[in-house]
Design a protein around this ligand. Structure first.
Ligand SMILES: Nc1nc2c(c(=O)[nH]1)N[C@H]1C(S)=C(S)[C@@H](COP(=O)(O)OP(=O)(O)OC[C@H]3O[C@@H](n4cnc5c(=O)[nH]c(N)nc54)[C@H](O)[C@@H]3O)O[C@H]1N2
Ligand SMILES: Nc1nc2c(c(=O)[nH]1)N[C@H]1C(S)=C(S)[C@@H](COP(=O)(O)OP(=O)(O)OC[C@H]3O[C@@H](n4cnc5c(=O)[nH]c(N)nc54)[C@H](O)[C@@H]3O)O[C@H]1N2
Ligand code: SF4
Ligand SMILES: [Mo]
Length: 889
């Protein structure tokens, strides 16, 4: 176990969630594990967001996959590994190497990723290894390669703080990259002249610090940046000397931008006011130090690569790249999205930033690996890969560290494909996910805190993840599992690593192999690190070689790019709107994305009560006018339907939503709710260059869903409420919360309830059949074990005070009376409202009451009275919205 550099009892590691890559300090003591931000880590300097701060609460073994399982039966590692190796070998022997595939993840460590890629591309002899980064960063990768000749992010985090203008496009920075957002917010506070523009169809929490919000029409971003390019030329705001010296393709790019270029025309197609548009253009024209951040609102699009290049174009044409405080910045999502790109985990990439475009690159990697069966052509990209599985062309797939039955578009088809596939192997830390349910062989992977390796964050910074606790059950690190299978497939010599440090060293060596400055990714300075040095590796930014032995903060300072002639390329972009548009059957645009406190498919964040209080159900956010037109009520249920599938969700009418589009979080799935996978609806339409799916734009219909009864159940253990047609379960503080609804009335509520709650205890109930109300509570030695509230409409008591009763050792008669009357007893706050501050559990209503009572007029004042917002700070934008609504234009 690696001990800390800070003190004998602490370990320094890196947060396993987002691509900000925050350093954490973990203390292991007899009474438990505590954790805080690492003051010295250059990504966060001690800060953590709500998810990072709650990491210690995810480390118990509840729900973990502890042993290998073959066809649902416990098996030894030997047995399971042999089954995997034999299964793959047999299918390869019969059908060739392209009949097998790996589908991996930006959440694997670099060392895991490196060996998975090596096994598939160099030894099995197929390039059918793709990754969830296809759904995430593949667009940015393609755009970088087109513009810079390499997948290299030019900027660093300090550039954001040093900028005078930060343009945030298709990124809900405040929720998805919270610590970077906090750094930006702090920089703006210290230097109020700094300006922030947000380009997003929705008004998001990120708009809290925006001087300008362009609520752009979905999919119109390439028009916006093409229009900007044209405007900048007209205003003489380009750096033509820079273009002349360092850029090619200007004329064609500019010509393409002319098609739609007048301010009225651009404003019209972008759906924003002309005044706002010209304000943005002028800000951009006059501000030299500009950083443009972009994320999934750009990447997840059927023309995402062009959009990203339209953004990069304006930076190249203004020469705003390679200098402090400026540059285009694609922020990565997953903790090791960048590391996966370095090892070539995408089906169209090779290791060390090489690809299949020339025979020499393929040969280079083959020689380095001494590969017996080097793949010669790109493999199938994620969407095509699952379609090939559905078509029976791929007969064996090994899924590692990702949950495609939830996160892939057309997810019902993905599930069906896996259920039909001859051999499905899944490596995960968690036993019951929507994807593990489709597996023939389940391999228990060691989780965060149990494994060792490296990750690379958004600014090319490599940091160590270090283990600080024993592995759960028989779990093993991914690199070990993969190399064991490789050995059993007959490749023992090439996969005989004893520890991650050896893999890292080989990866570093390959990055420098016959490189000589040709490839951006070069960490040859980290080759042959001793074990001690690998263990102690400090966060460093690549390139890291003999020219730059201490790493590189910023790229392209010398105006040289990784293209054959050293010049960057502007790309002629002919803007395109989304591939499929709304019509009368599917009149609304479905936009999907993240919420503040959940991580993807919730396998880890869903375990933490305080992260489940901010939002606890799948929801659909909709503009008031659309809600009215489609007869949807705030707080009611809705059924969403697309050409591909359907789901149920709670309606949130919101002024933040753009007219004509709705937003649904990507997180909910069968493990937590019924009919809640939004990707069942998302069309499998992809960008032709990157293969990234258009996850932000599917035409849908949203109709009211009117159950016969609705209700909720709070219970000490989780219940299977099979009769409910809608059921969303979340783990609260001391109880499980189930929001339910049904289409048929049971004959008898009492037996229904007893059927659902098997535990013994004293039951008390209240029933008003005429009004369709039923309430029941079960006590055990005076302590509350379960409560059921059923109604024919939405008139149900607030959950918070009912939930608080689970904290009482004994309920007295007044409590019971209050429960069955569905009204809190006198003096007890009826409702604190939806939790805003997860750190201190402060609800929206509590904040509103305090504002009124004490006349509070700032976030700071609310913090002083309630502490809300003074923990991790992730909720500050929401508190500000409550204190002073509608600040942003
Ligand atoms: N809390 C939390 N944080 C996370 C994650 C998580 O699961 N939870 N996941 C991580 C990962 S892997 C990723 S990739 C990142 C993603 O980080 P983000 O990309 O910031 O997150 P999203 O919510 O997917 O989408 C960003 C925004 O794109 C907007 N958008 C939709 N369509 C358009 C459009 O046509 N144009 C523009 N300009 N904007 C549009 C959406 O309204 C949304 O607000 O987050 C990372 N951080
Ligand atoms: N509609 C819609 N769909 C989307 C998106 C969207 O915005 N909208 N975003 C897309 C994006 S950007 C992304 S990145 C994907 C994310 O989607 P997924 O990758 O499917 O989501 P996760 O929940 O992060 O899945 C990670 C899995 O790996 C497991 N795991 C955790 N640590 C380890 C480990 O060390 N080893 C192994 N073997 N397993 C581990 C977890 O338990 C979990 O089951 O979703 C994509 N899908
Ligand atoms: S911003 Fe939050 S989720 Fe992202 S790395 Fe930092 S603590 Fe982890
Ligand atoms: Mo992602």
């Amino acid at each position: 176990m690696q001990k800390s550099l800070a003190s004998p009892h602490t370990t320094r590691s890196t947060c396993p969630y987002c691509g900000v890559g925050c350093g954490v300090e973990v203390s292991v003591a007899a009474d438990g594990i505590t954790l805080c931000g690492d003051q010295h880590h250059p990504a966060n300097f001690g800060r953590l967001c709500s998810k990072g701060a709650a990491l210690a609460d995810t480390l118990d073994h509840e729900g973990r996959l502890l042993h290998p399982l073959v066809n649902g039966q416990r098996a030894s590692w030997d047995e399971a590994l042999d089954r995997v190796a034999d299964g793959f070998k047999k299918i390869i022997a019969e059908h060739g190497p392209d009949a097998v595939a790996f589908y991996v993840s930006g959440q694997l460590l670099t060392e895991d990723y490196y060996v998975a890629n090596k096994l598939m591309k160099g030894f099995i002899g197929s390039a059918n290894i793709d990754t969830n980064s296809r759904l995430c960063m593949s667009t940015a990768v393609a755009a970088h390669k087109r513009a810079f000749g390499a997948d290299a992010v030019p900027v660093c985090y300090e550039d954001i703080e040093a900028a005078d203008l930060v343009v945030i496009v298709g990124s809900n920075y405040a929720w998805a990259h919270p610590v970077l957002y906090q750094r930006l917010a702090a920089a703006k506070k210290a230097r109020p002249s700094m300006q922030v523009v947000v380009v997003d169809p929705r008004r998001t929490a990120t708009c809290d610090i925006a001087d300008l919000h362009l609520a752009i029409a979905p999919g119109a971003d390439a028009y916006l940046f093409n229009g900007l390019l044209h405007f900048l030329r007209r205003e003489d705001a380009l750096d033509l000397a820079y273009v002349e010296a360092h850029v090619e393709g200007f004329a064609a790019a500019f010509e393409a931008a002319r098609a739609v270029s007048s301010i009225p025309k651009v404003a019209q197609v972008c759906g924003v006011a002309e005044t706002q548009l010209s304000e943005f253009f002028q800000m951009f024209a006059r501000t030299e130090r500009t950083v443009t951040i972009f994320s999934q609102g750009i990447n997840q699009s059927s023309s995402g690569v062009d959009k990203a290049n339209a953004i990069i174009n304006v930076h190249l044409a203004t020469g705003r790249i390679g200098r402090p405080g400026m540059g285009p910045f694609s922020v990565t999502g997953q903790p090791n999205a960048m590391g996966g790109r370095e090892v070539g985990g995408l089906a169209n990439q090779l290791a060390a930033h090489l690809d299949f475009s020339d025979a020499a690159s393929i040969d280079l990697v083959a020689r380095f690996w001494d590969a017996p069966h080097m793949a010669q052509a790109p493999g199938l990209k994620a969407v095509d890969m699952f379609q090939a599985i559905a078509a029976g062309k791929i007969k064996a797939v090994w899924i590692m560290g990702t949950n495609p039955v939830v996160s892939m578009p057309d997810a019902d088809r993905v599930r069906a494909a896996l259920l039909d596939c001859e051999l499905v192997v899944v490596s995960d830390c968690v036993q019951h996910t929507d994807t593990t349910a489709c597996a023939d062989i389940l391999l228990p992977a060691a989780g965060w805190g149990e494994k060792d390796g490296t990750v690379t964050n958004s600014e090319r910074r490599i940091s160590r993840q270090r283990s600080f606790m024993p592995t759960a059950g028989e779990a093993k690190p991914d690199w070990w599992i993969i190399t064991q299978v490789a050995q059993r497939m007959g490749f023992a010599a090439a996969f005989s690593y004893a520890k991650p440090a050896q893999i890292f060293s080989e990866h570093a060596l390959l990055s420098g192999f016959e490189n000589a400055g040709k490839r951006a990714f070069d960490i040859s300075a980290l080759t042959k690190l001793s074990d001690v040095k690998y263990d102690a590796l400090q966060p460093v930014q690549w390139p890291l070689n003999n020219v730059a032995p201490n790493g590189t903060q910023r790229l392209f300072a010398d105006g040289k790019f990784y293209t054959p002639n050293g010049k960057a390329r502007m790309v002629a972009v002919a803007p395109q709107l989304p591939a499929v548009t709304v019509d009368t059957d599917f009149p609304l645009v479905l936009n999907t994305g993240r919420i503040r406190d959940q991580w993807h498919t919730m396998t880890r964040t869903g375990k933490v009560p305080r992260l489940n209080t901010h939002e606890f159900e799948p929801f659909v956010q909709i503009h008031a006018a659309d809600a009215q037109f489609h007869q949807l009520q705030d707080g009611g249920l809705a059924r969403l339907t697309s050409r591909h599938g359907s789901m149920l969700a709670r309606v949130q009418v919101s002024e933040d939503q753009r007219h004509g589009s709705v937003f649904v979080p990507m997180h909910w799935n069968d493990a937590f709710a019924k009919l809640a996978r939004v990707d069942a609806l998302v069309a499998p339409i992809t960008d032709p260059i990157s293969g990234q799916p258009e996850s932000k734009h599917t035409p849908v219909r949203v109709e009211p869903y009117k159950p016969v009864w609705q209700g909720f159940v709070l219970s000490r253990t989780r219940l299977e409420l099979a009769d409910a047609s809608y059921c969303a379960s979340s783990w609260g503080v001391g109880y499980w919360r189930h929001e339910i609804a049904g289409e048929t009335l049971p004959d008898n509520w009492r037996s229904w309830v007893k059927n659902a709650w098997h535990g013994s205890g004293d039951w008390q109930e209240y029933s008003d059949a005429a009004m369709g109300r039923y309430r029941a509570a079960c006590l055990n030695e005076g302590k509350l074990d379960a409560v059921f509230f059923i109604a024919s409409d939405q008139r149900l008591p607030e959950r918070e005070w009912v939930g608080n009763l689970f904290g009482k050792a004994v309920l007295d008669t007044a409590d019971m009376g209050a429960l069955l009357a569905a009204r809190p007893r006198k003096g007890v706050a009826s409702d604190t409202g939806r939790t805003v501050c997860a750190c201190f559990g402060i609800g929206e209503k509590t904040i509103r009451q305090a504002i009124q009572k004490h006349g509070l007029n700032s976030v700071e004042a609310v913090g002083q009275v309630l502490k809300a917002g003074t923990g991790c700070g992730s909720c500050v934008p929401e508190i500000r919205r409550i204190v002073s609504p509608l600040q942003v234009s």
